[in-house]
Design a protein around this ligand. Structure first.
Ligand code: SF4
Length: 298
C-alpha cells in the first residue's frame, strides 16, 4: 500500500537543519524504515525534503504549496482549505515540526498519559525558544503551565543589565509582556487572559538598557519587508504602521500622539479583519501590545 509523500520545506537559512534531516532520512532508508515495502511488508512510505527560497511568508501553508509547485510564494485565499484542495490541488495535511515531535511520545506512552501532562485546557508540552540564551540549545520543551519567571530562571536569568524591561512572547507576531506579568502560566488560557499569545514560542528578553521604540521600529520594518504585497490591508497597512512609528519616534506626529495612535489602531483593525493571511493579521499585534502597556511616545 503506497502512501502520499511527506513534503517538508525549509527556509534557505537553515542549512544545518537540512543536513541533519538528510542524514536522518538516509539512515532510516538504510534500515528500510522508509521507501517501498518497509521492513519487507506491504506498507510503503517516503520523505522528500524541499528547500524554500528563504521568504518568511513561505512558512504560511498555502504559500508553501505555491512555492513547492514552482509559483510565487504567495498565500492563497481560503476556502478551499488545504484538507480540501492543497498541494497540486489535492487534499493535503500540513504539520509543523512541533506537532510531529509529539507523535513518538503519544505512541510510546499512550494518549491518556500524554494528555495528563500540562493543564486540563492546555495539555502536553510546548517548545519555547530563547534566542542566544539557552546555553546553546535553541528550543526547549516544557509542560504547559510553566511561568515566564520560571523559564527565565532556568535559562540563566535576564542577562545584560540584569534588570528586565520587557519580554516579547511569541516572536514578532506575538505580544509584549511586562515584568509585572511574569507569573502568568504559559498556557493558551493563561496568556489569553493577559491579552497575549504563545505564538511561535519565542521568548525574547529586553533589559532596561533597550529602547523599546527601536524594537517596535524593527518589528514594523520586518513586516513591511516580508509582506508579499498581494492584499491591500497588509501591503499598505504595514507601510503606514512603519511610517506612524517613525513619526512618533521623531516626535513629529501628524496632529497629536493620540491621533497617531488612533490611526495605528485603525490600520491594525483593517489588517486584522481583511488581510488574506496570518502575516497581515498579526503584523500589528506586538506593536499594539507594547503601546497598551507602556507610554513610549509621550
Ligand atoms: Fe501577502 Fe500580507 Fe496579504 Fe499575507 S496578508 S497575502 S503576506 S499581503
Amino acid at each position: 500500500m503506497a502512501r502520499k509523500r511527506d513534503l517538508s520545506i525549509f527556509r534557505g537559512e537553515y542549512p544545518e537543519s537540512f543536513r541533519i534531516l538528510s542524514q536522518a532520512i538516509q539512515a532510516a532508508r538504510g534500515k528500510h524504515f522508509l521507501g517501498k515495502n518497509i521492513l519487507g511488508g506491504p506498507f510503503s512510505f517516503d520523505i522528500e525534503l524541499r528547500r524554500g527560497a528563504g521568504a518568511y511568508i513561505c512558512g504560511e501553508e498555502t504559500a508553501l504549496f505555491n512555492s513547492i509547485e514552482g509559483f510565487r510564494g504567495e498565500p492563497r485565499n481560503k476556502p478551499p482549505f488545504p484538507t480540501q484542495s492543497g498541494l497540486f490541488r489535492r487534499p493535503t495535511i500540513v504539520n509543523n515540526v512541533e506537532t510531529l515531535v509529539n507523535i513518538p511520545e503519544i505512541i510510546l506512552k499512550g494518549g491518556a498519559a500524554y494528555a495528563r501532562v500540562g493543564t486540563p485546557q492546555s495539555t502536553d508540552t510546548a517548545c519555547f525558544a530563547f534566542p542566544d540564551m539557552w546555553r546553546g540549545r535553541e528550543r526547549t520543551r516544557f509542560a504547559f503551565g510553566v511561568t515566564l519567571r520560571q523559564l527565565i530562571e532556568m535559562a540563566g536569568g535576564v542577562g545584560g543589565t540584569g534588570k528586565l524591561r520587557a519580554v516579547l512572547l511569541g516572536g514578532a507576531a506575538g505580544s509584549f509582556v511586562s515584568p509585572q506579568e511574569l507569573d502568568t502560566p504559559l498556557t493558551f488560557e493563561g496568556v489569553r487572559a493577559i491579552g497575549a499569545s504563545l505564538g511561535s514560542g519565542v521568548v525574547m528578553l529586553f533589559d532596561d538598557s533597550v529602547d523599546l521604540k527601536d524594537i517596535l521600529a524593527r518589528i514594523a520594518r520586518f513586516f513591511r519587508h516580508e509582506s508579499c504585497g498581494q492584499c491591500v490591508p497588509c501591503r499598505v497597512g504595514t507601510i503606514r504602521q512603519e511610517e506612524i512609528l517613525q513619526r512618533l519616534a521623531n516626535r513629529a506626529p501628524n496632529g497629536s500622539v493620540q491621533t497617531e495612535i488612533a490611526l495605528l489602531k485603525e490600520a491594525a483593525q483593517a489588517m486584522r479583519d481583511a488581510s488574506i493571511c496570518g502575516l497581515g493579521q498579526t503584523a500589528p499585534a506586538a506593536i499594539l501590545s507594547a503601546i497598551e502597556r507602556w507610554s513610549l511616545y509621550s
